[in-house]
Write a protein that binds this ligand. Structure first.
Ligand code: FE2
Length: 168
């Protein structure tokens, strides 16, 4: 059973995960607009991953005998200055999501809701990976600056990203 407080927070998290997907589609569109298809592909995969996160919360709410309540989405932003700017905003966004996951964990712990804690553990690990991936690309882009060859190389590399949801 989920307390009303935890249920509301889990529903809010579904909104945040879907908003993340929405934000990453905006980033994908920025890169398609400046002809960097590999970067665009990277954010397309990132958006797919966020929809998968939303789905994980969705499944969990019903599994725990709660009810999913959807609300309207906001777009966190859609104007970007450079590839580096995009990744810095993506990192800031992931850091926000990490805080959200920790907040959910705090409530689950307070309420001694062990099932929710167990579900959230997966997200704690996932957030570490997400932040790290953004940080790695920021480090490369800081070195590349506006060098077209460097950008081209990174574009080729990012084009290879795949996303396969884990088997349940
Ligand atoms: Fe996520």
């Amino acid at each position: 059973m989920l307390s009303q407080k935890l249920l509301d927070e889990l529903n809010l998290q579904i909104k945040y995960e879907l908003e993340s997907a929405h934000y990453y589609v905006a980033m994908q569109a920025y890169f398609d607009g400046i002809d960097l298809p590999g970067f665009a592909h990277f954010f397309k995969m990132q958006a797919a991953e966020e929809r998968f996160h939303a789905d994980k919360f969705y499944e969990y709410v019903f599994e725990a005998d709660g009810k999913v309540e959807l609300t309207s989405l906001d777009l966190p932003g859609k104007d970007f200055d450079s590839p580096l700017d995009v990744f810095e905003k993506a990192l800031a966004h992931e850091q926000f999501v990490t805080k959200r996951i920790y907040h959910l964990m705090d409530i689950a712990r307070e309420e001694k809701n062990y099932a929710t804690q167990s579900m959230l553990n997966w997200f704690v690990d996932e957030q570490l990976e997400e932040e790290n991936s953004m940080r790695e690309n920021i480090a490369i882009l800081e070195r590349v600056k506006d060098n077209p060859n460097g950008l081209y190389m990174l574009d080729r590399q990012l084009a290879a990203r795949t996303f396969t949801p884990e088997a349940e």
